[in-house]
Ligand binder design. Structure first.
Ligand code: UDP
Ligand code: MG
Length: 323
């Protein structure tokens, strides 16, 4: 059994159409891994696992080649594009029994690979989860920065525990991943699940760089859908909001009724159709919103009860045993 002070580390890298940046990133990750191995911080069996999320370019060919040439590189090929979160899950679940701790990092290396060492140190000190947190956001556009900050605050308000400015750059122990596998939900929002799981955890800070090569795989539309996913997949606080709005509207309509009654009794019943129309439209608007929100959750239940697999592994490369 490997001691906790020299764990086998598996670095999981989701890759979707990353042919432009992949070789550079892998080179950088491997040299970082080498430094850690030489310093006896991690076991010599430590390796990279590149998960190809059904890319349509030559990403999988590159991964196969890298894996052939280097015993520290393993490749997994998903049969279709299952999305970033599911690609992470595929890597984590397939590697959880081969490593003592697992780190997930994006293929574009916007996250600082040199803090991996601090993550390992914190793991050695007994932490089961170590979150990578950005200390700067200057590299993001003003819109992305302010919307992200607003969003984190909203999540906290809604009772969804997340780590401020933490994305998916994190270390987790094998035990944590084994337990993560018991969360069967299809709409998984990893950033919310990890803090919910408990376990002793810590944070390392780093500054986020620009994407080195290639384009973002998160266009605005995908980003919005991911943000919405985070809010609606987690708990039912939005539904409660609908109920509260309903109650408030009910009270207001009672007051309106009272007002109409008084006007009628006092003989001033010249209520024009305008006010009527106003109220009717207001209420039908609120009804629509409420129904829409309920539909949102019904849709989610629909997806969850089907229990479809979250990813399908089509092919894997063998990792040559060292020594
Ligand atoms: N990614 C993926 N599947 C997808 C979209 C993205 O595996 O459907 C990967 C992508 O290759 C990258 C990471 O997820 O390693 C983050 O994507 P990106 O850097 O484009 O997002 P951004 O940093 O712009 O938010
Ligand atoms: Mg990126």
């Amino acid at each position: 059994m490997t001691s906790i002070s020299r764990p086998i580390l598996s670095i999981i890298v989701p890759c979707y159409n990353e042919e432009a940046v992949l070789s550079v990133s892998v080179h950088e990750l491997l040299s970082q891994l080498e430094i850690l191995i030489v310093a006896h911080k991690v076991d010599a069996e430590s390796y990279l696992c590149l998960t190809d999320d059904g890319s349509s370019d030559t990403t999988w060919e590159i991964i196969k080649q890298l894996s052939k040439n280097n015993s520290r590189v393993k490749g997994i090929h998903l049969s279709a594009n299952f999305g970033h979160q599911n690609a992470l899950l595929a890597g984590l679940f397939s590697e959880k029994n081969h490593a003592d701790c697992l780190i997930t990092i994006d293929a574009d290396l916007q996250d600082d690979v040199t803090v991996i060492e601090q993550m390992i140190d914190k793991f050695a000190a007994g932490n089961k989860i170590v979150y990578g947190v950005r200390s700067n956001r200057e590299k993001d556009t003003f819109l992305k920065r302010s919307s992200a900050q607003w969003y984190y605050k909203l999540l906290i308000r809604m009772g969804i525990k997340t780590i401020y400015n933490h994305a998916d750059f994190r270390l987790a122990s094998r035990q944590v991943i084994q337990n993560l596998e018991r969360f069967n939900e299809v709409n998984l929002f990893l950033r919310g699940i990890f803090p919910l799981m408990g376990f002793k955890s810590d944070i390392v800070y780093y500054s986020r760089a620009d994407r080195k090569l290639g384009n973002t795989k998160y266009p605005f539309r995908k980003m919005m859908s991911f943000a919405w996913q985070g809010i609606t997949s987690f708990n039912t606080s939005l539904l409660r909001l609908v109920t509260i709005t309903g109650v408030v509207m009910f009270i207001l309509s009672m007051l309106t009724a009272l007002w109409v009654l008084i006007a009628y009794i006092s003989g001033n019943a010249v209520q024009g159709w305008a006010s009527l129309l106003l109220i009717t439209s207001l209420f039908s608007g609120i009804n629509m919103i409420s129904l829409g929100l309920i539909g949102e959750y019904v849709g989610k239940i629909f997806l969850e009860v089907k229990q479809r697999p979250r990813f399908i592994i089509e092919e894997e490369t063998e990792r040559k045993q060292q020594g």
